[in-house]
Design a protein around this ligand. Structure first.
Ligand code: SF4
Length: 441
């Protein structure tokens, strides 16, 4: 039976639409005509054109992809097919510095260069120090190795009972379903894996084995689906994973970690959100880095996810020269709240090989949190954490709050540095120096 396309549904790809045009009975075409649209191709284009395109992206599209209409630009598969993957492509779009050129030429192996046209439109073509540019375009500093850096600083590979699964905490697992990302971040914790040996999703057999392990381990109540980027999978593959996980009775909680809504916001299609909402409770951790990422497109993508009932949190990596000043962080966190994303974690950058140019001191992170806490909405202040090398887990870092004790009173320092007293006759906190400095999570 033929099916009339609804404007609320995901339109077919243009190729699919072309095929369905051939097969579409006259009656359906008449219905389409009633909407002022003469074919499924037009309907598909009209639906994609409804996704917002900012003036910045629009100008970039017209300049670098002059034959491409906004409907095609808003097709996430088109964005994947047209990623910037080479020096030659990059040189057509930005003024590449000698250092960037040397780094791209020298690079081989995992973490290749990869930038969607959409995200490319946000990159400054002239200023090599722009935050988004530094996080996506390689520099020679990547080849410097410093003491304490490792390929797998979190020791994930040593906690992997079956391929694709990391089981580090008793009640939680990490399921790495693909090594593909639309955009490769130069500071990625999984730089050793992403984009390696071709870009590919985890094989179905490995996914099945990982799910069987979870099903056979009743202590596991929480699964984080990550990668690579899980939202780079098509709906059928992602739904296979979600439906099998949801069928495990002891698995209470499913999370997806993704940067896709930020680097390819048009990926958040009505079809995707319709599918995702079938698997609640489902939470999502989004990976925001800089306020330049908050665009009308990203606001629309996050709005669609939030409207689908998915709680959204942001995990931001603290990066030297990119976001390590209070004005930038405050701007980012305030902007996130406006698009219904809760700033959740501020991560100390992991000591992956070649990351020293991105890593700040931990003092710097604590100083930034001190400048935020109390000075803005509590929801806008994330937990600052160090993920302990070797699989030690996340350690929440807090500025000193406990000054000491005076009899029954606990002496505390508020955000302005003023001393405050709290009646705490049953407590002992404050007797020892350093209380309150950090909290193991
Ligand atoms: S999106 Fe995530 S997994 Fe992919 S390169 Fe960036 S940090 Fe790594």
């Amino acid at each position: 039976m033929s099916k009339l396309l609804s404007l609320e549904e995901e339109p077919p790809s243009l190729a699919q639409a072309e095929q369905s045009l051939v097969r579409t009975p006259v009656a359906t075409l008449r219905d389409l005509n009633a909407n002022g649209l003469t074919s499924p191709v037009q309907l598909a284009r009209a639906a994609r054109a409804r996704f917002v395109v900012s003036s910045v992206s629009n100008e970039f599209r017209k300049r670098h992809f002059p034959g491409v209409k906004s409907a095609e630009w808003n097709d996430w598969r088109w964005q994947n097919r047209n990623r910037v993957r080479s020096l030659e492509q990059l040189e057509r779009m930005i003024h590449v510095t000698d250092e960037e050129r040397a780094a791209i030429t020298r690079h081989h192996g995992p973490l290749p260069i990869g930038v969607t046209p959409y995200y490319m439109s946000l990159i400054d073509p002239v200023d090599a120090q722009q935050g988004l540019r530094r996080t996506t375009i390689p520099t020679l500093s990547e080849f410097d190795r410093s003491v304490g850096e490792e390929e797998d600083p979190l020791g994930e590979d040593g906690h992997s009972p079956v391929p694709g699964l990391v089981h580090r905490y008793p009640d939680r697992v990490l399921l790495l379903v693909t090594n593909f990302c639309s955009v490769y971040c130069r500071y990625c914790t999984r730089a050793r894996l992403v984009g390696a040996s071709g870009e590919r999703a985890l094989r179905k057999g490995d996914i099945d084995r990982a799910i069987e392990y979870i099903a056979a381990t009743p202590a596991i109540r929480d699964c984080l689906i990550s990668g690579g980027d899980p939202l780079s999978l098509d709906e059928d593959r992602l739904e296979y994973v979600l439906s099998r996980l949801r069928a495990i009775p002891h698995l209470e909680f499913i999370r997806i970690g993704s940067k896709q809504p930020i680097v390819q916001p048009m990926r958040v299609t009505p079809t995707l959100t319709k599918m995702l909402r079938r698997y609640h409770p489902l939470w999502m951790s989004l990976h925001f880095t800089h306020p330049d990422e908050i665009t009308p497109e990203v606001a629309e993508a996050c709005g669609r996810l939030a409207d689908a009932g998915i709680p959204l949190g942001s995990q931001t990596v603290l990066l030297k020269g990119v976001n390590d000043d209070v004005a930038t962080l405050k701007k980012l966190f305030h902007a996130l709240l406006k698009i219904r994303v809760r700033p959740y974690y501020l991560y100390q950058c992991d000591p992956i090989s070649g990351s020293s140019h991105f890593r700040t001191s931990v003092d710097k992170g604590l100083e930034l949190i001190s400048q935020l806490r109390g000075y803005t909405t509590g929801y806008a202040v994330p937990n600052y954490v160090v993920d302990a090398p070797g699989g030690g887990g996340k350690i929440a870092m807090l500025p000193d709050a406990v000054i000491g004790r005076d009899g029954n009173d606990l002496l505390l320092r508020n955000f302005r540095g003023a001393e405050c007293r709290y009646p705490d006759p049953d407590g002992t906190l404050g007797k020892n120096a350093g209380d309150g400095r950090s909290n193991n999570e």
